[in-house]
Ligand binder design. Structure first.
Ligand code: GLN
Length: 484
């Protein structure tokens, strides 16, 4: 049953081939048996899941079941869940039990989905390997000595290991797409503002966006249809109504113009990955699409601009963790200053501290113009590159990550090497555009991701374009070897 996609599960439940309690118990058993190898979950909420599954079965029997009624999913541990610990991968929030659900969680509950638990992640979503989690690294199901990517490494690995058919995730600079690429799954980061950030713990508020990771574009469409929609509690959430992203999956892509940025195929790209992406582009040509070379001249500046803007916003967002309001508090503080310093010093991990220091520095008087303002100006130029390119093309394609999954520990000593993992994904966030990654083959025996960047609010077309590829290829059906 664990091989089934969300679309197949939803159909099977309606056709009474199996019940939600059956599939939920089956997946919970798998998690219990196998997740010791992957560490993809921080919390498993088995009892609640079975209660919710039974309620879903009752609704299915009564015939008033909403879209995802009875379908098991899991949430990245960055989304607040009422009554369920929400750690954000940090010691700081190891004891934090939110009194409310994030908007995304509410939306899935309303759609009848059954949450199996909370998935592992880099601490406060900072990282590209899932090694900065307080709960230990996640292992890539394709090779347990390798990382699954980050920061949504748990969400991606859980789907790749077939512990759950779909998960929620977040992407600030690549954290949905890069782990999707490294685990052979399909992930989508929506247009900034398409999905409410309410109740999603903030890393860099102008870049953060929630989205789905699943095995197919069809499933990502089902999940996005539930996740996305207006929310007055998030002032940056767009006032567009919810829509059905499944409706246009089968549209023809004859005449589709695919922009291929020349900057995305240069130095630093693993040659086998480059070859797989070129093959995918040729497959698109066979489907009737036209390849058009485009240029994103400022793309080289995306990583440096991001590593000023994201830490700057993080330093402000993380100031709320002070040992007073919620989260970790040090033992026996001598005075208020000691309470602040030791609670933060002991509660945050190394990468988070590095970002807070960099961000505070970039925002401080005297450096603000030189770093923060300059980075915002560069961000504007990066956005303009995309606006210009989308005058000529419908979507942009290239590699998602420069290399396949790397070994645990391989990039830990060198933060810059880790930061360069997101060299192809970060510009999308700076521009606020939607992006996807889908499996397009293997390099060195490991999954390769094809990145699709769409125009603003063009998620439906991206999903259509991805679905058409998956109708003509079978990379997304390849499964990771079973863990011993
Ligand atoms: N890897 C990037 C970082 O460390 C992006 C993380 C993310 O998208 N949350 O900031």
């Amino acid at each position: 049953m664990h091989q089934l996609t969300i679309a197949e599960i939803a159909r099977g439940l309606r056709d009474k081939q199996f019940s939600s309690v059956e599939i939920t118990s089956h997946l919970l058993e798998r998690i219990q048996q196998l997740d010791g190898h992957y560490n993809s979950f921080i919390s498993v909420t088995g009892e609640q899941a079975l209660t919710d599954a039974a309620a879903a079965d009752a609704r299915l029997a009564a015939g008033d079941a909403p879209a995802l009624c009875g379908v098991p999913i899991a949430h990245k541990d960055i989304f607040c869940t009422s009554g369920v610990r929400t750690s954000c991968g940090s010691k700081m929030l190891d004891n934090f039990v939110p009194p409310y659900d994030a908007a995304v969680v509410e939306n899935f509950n309303r759609a009848g989905a059954v949450s199996l638990g909370k998935t592992n992640m880099d601490e406060f979503a900072m990282g590209s390997s899932n090694e900065s989690s307080f709960y230990g690294p996640v292992k890539n199901p394709w090779d347990l000595e390798r990382v699954p990517g980050g920061s949504s490494g748990g969400s991606a690995a859980a789907v790749a290991a077939q512990l759950v058919p779909g998960t929620t995730a977040t992407d600030t600079g690549g954290s949905i797409r890069q782990p999707a690429a490294l685990t052979g799954t399909t992930g989508l980061k929506p247009t900034y503002g398409r999905v409410s950030r309410w109740g999603m713990i903030a890393f860099a508020s102008s870049l953060d966006q929630g989205g789905p990771i699943a095995r197919t574009a069809e499933d990502a469409a089902l999940m996005l249809s539930v996740m996305a929609g207006p929310d007055t509690r998030d002032s940056t959430c767009l006032e567009r109504p919810q829509r059905d992203y499944s409706a246009s999956l089968n549209d023809s892509i004859q005449g589709l113009k695919i922009g291929v940025p020349k900057e995305y195929f240069g130095e630093g790209l693993d040659s086998e990955i480059g070859a797989r992406v070129q093959e995918a582009l040729q497959a698109y040509e066979k489907l009737g699409a036209e390849l058009v070379e485009v240029s994103l001249p400022h793309s080289k500046l995306a990583v440096p601009a991001y590593y000023v803007i994201a830490p700057a916003e993080a330093s402000a967002n993380l100031s709320r963790f002070d040992g007073v309001r919620y989260g970790y508090r040090c033992e026996n503080p001598a005075d208020l200053r000691d309470l602040y310093m030791r609670s933060r010093g002991e509660g945050f991990g190394e990468e988070v501290k590095r970002r807070i220091l960099v961000g505070s520095y970039a925002l401080s008087a005297g450096y603000y113009d030189a770093y923060y303002n300059k980075a915002q100006q560069v961000r504007r130029l990066i956005k303009q590159d995309f606006v210009d390119a989308f005058q000529k093309v419908d979507v942009i394609m290239g590699p998602t990550a420069p290399n396949p999954a790397f070994k645990l520990g391989e990039k830990n000593a060198d933060p810059v090497a880790m930061y360069l993992e997101d060299i192809y994904t970060i510009a999308t966030n700076l521009a606020g555009l939607p992006g996807m990654s889908l499996p397009c083959g293997f390099a060195h025996g490991l999954p390769v991701g094809l990145q699709i960047t769409g125009n603003y609010l063009d998620e439906a077309r991206m999903l259509n374009v991805a679905h058409q590829f998956q109708q003509a290829s079978d990379w997304h059906t390849k499964t990771a070897p079973a863990a011993e």
